[in-house]
Design a protein around this ligand. Structure first.
Ligand code: DLL
Length: 437
């Protein structure tokens, strides 16, 4: 395979060069941070008064961690390090659990973010001949404008279709010969199911690739989307606090996500002790942003669980590869004392051919016990007069789930298209247990 690089020198920079670059950028980030209300106190308390106090990369560990709670406490301007008249954009996380967190950009920040997204897109083999339909929410969410700017930078024809409205998405794909799409994996599965329902064949489209991210998904889900649509799917990871998309991305090898280490310093820590873990182990990802002046964020606890591959990538990039993110430290369910990540259920559902593209996990109290119900869509054809195949399938799904998660769930089968679909990030878990129990 021949590989193409957006910025070959930087993408293949030997480790020593990369670390020297990181140190220089870290000094700048600390200098920026010292200009914010929030970090001035934090850093002074840690004995850091200027960039000269950062002498090696190891000094990063002197800086205290930053949490989502800290970002909220600084709302709205506690993390702003430049005069407001130099800010050109803000993005905000949805803030489903309270005050949103807001990130600010100056012109140079937007330029750098754009180049990380362009680099990511280019690493998948796209070029200016591609027609790119950005089927993700625009607005305060970073996925829309982040990919929009990156796609334009690559020179692709960008169709800002936004999320939702599958009929219009198909029409745009057919009219303009879309070759690449960007969406959440759950929306891609929904699009595929709708195509079948509306008789849109994959042969009538020119689709070759999809970028899928913004929520966790399993390797089985990737394979399902790839097989059904006959395309390559590339995993895309990012978070608003680190600009948005363009933090880590798969290259054409599709085996782990290159984390752009000239823009972000990653650490993997034990989420309980916050101590660094040996290379290769799974823990909480902590990120320091090296590429934003307006709103610097240092040692941010992402809550995302992952680890690095230790072997190098055949593509020649030196930036380390993150393993697929399987969940967050805060999305773990405890069911009658057994720990369970929603991704474990997804893996089973997606491995069962007859199970449909959408599913839901319901957890409720049944007396003193917790009860887990997995609701999954299945093909309409199976809902016939004879209920035996349906019962057999339900039993097979239940047994496979039980073998994998060691909890005996109830399984409900639903007609395809009948479970709720969200245009943005999928809401898979409905936990109605009282919170204080
Ligand atoms: O989701 C940014 C983004 C947009 C990434 C488009 C990729 C594509 P937030 O809304 O702040 O930002 O959510 C960030 O989503 O901490 C992860 O928990 C999760 N997440 C994002 N990408 C992935 C992925 C955007 N590829 C949070 N796999 C992160 C698993 C992901 N989880």
């Amino acid at each position: 395979m021949t590989y193409q690089y957006w910025d070959q020198k930087m993408e293949t920079l030997p480790r020593s060069g990369l670390e020297a670059y990181q140190l220089a950028q870290l000094k700048k980030a600390v200098a920026c941070a010292l200009r914010t209300g929030f970090y001035r106190k934090r850093l002074h308390d840690a004995g850091i008064h200027g960039e000269e106090d950062i002498k090696t990369l190891a000094d990063l560990r002197r800086i205290p961690f930053t949490t989502k709670h800290d970002l909220r406490s600084g709302f709205p301007f506690g993390f702003l390090s430049i005069p407001k008249e130099n800010v050109v954009r803000l993005h905000a996380s949805s803030g489903t659990t309270g005050t949103p967190t807001t990130i600010y950009f100056n012109k140079e920040d937007i330029r750098r973010w754009t180049s990380f997204v362009a680099r990511s897109i280019y690493a998948t083999g796209c070029n200016s001949a591609d027609v790119f339909q950005n089927m993700i929410t625009y607005g305060l969410f970073t996925g829309g404008l982040g990919f929009h700017y990156g796609g334009e930078e690559v020179g692709m024809l960008v169709i800002p279709s936004g999320a939702g409205n599958t009929a219009r998405q198909f029409k745009l794909m057919q009219d303009f010969g879309t070759t690449v799409v960007h969406a959440t994996p759950s929306f891609l599965l929904h699009v595929e199911a709708k195509m079948r329902e509306e008789g849109v064949t994959r042969e009538s489209l020119r689709l070759k690739k999809a970028f899928a991210g913004a929520e966790p998904y399993s390797e089985d889900t990737r394979r399902r989307i790839e097989n059904l649509l006959n395309i390559d799917v590339y995993n895309s990871y990012g978070l608003s606090e680190m600009n948005g998309p363009g933090v880590a991305f798969e290259c054409q090898c599709k085996n782990g996500l290159h984390l752009w280490e000239d823009g972000f310093i990653p650490e993997i820590v034990n989420p309980d002790t916050l101590e660094p873990l040996p290379e290769g182990e799974t823990g909480e990802l902590v990120l320091t942003c090296l590429c934003r002046e307006a709103a610097p964020i240092l040692r941010y606890r992402t809550r995302d669980l992952s680890g690095f591959y230790t072997e190098s990538c055949p593509c020649g990039r030196t930036h380390r590869r993150l393993r697929r993110i399987t969940g967050r430290t805060d999305d773990m369910l405890i069911i009658n004392g057994v720990n369970l990540f929603p991704s474990q259920i997804e893996e089973v559902i997606m491995s069962i051919k007859e199970a449909g593209n959408n599913y839901l996990i319901a957890v409720e109290k049944d007396g003193v016990m917790d009860r887990l119900t997995v609701k999954t869509e299945v093909n309409r054809d199976i809902f016939m007069d004879d209920t035996r195949p349906l019962n057999a399938l339900r039993e097979r799904i239940r047994k496979t789930l039980q073998a994998s998660i060691t909890i005996n769930p109830r399984v409900e089968l639903h007609e395809s298209g009948s479970l709720p679909v969200s245009e943005g990030k999928a809401k898979r878990v409905l936990d109605t247990r009282p919170k204080d129990v």
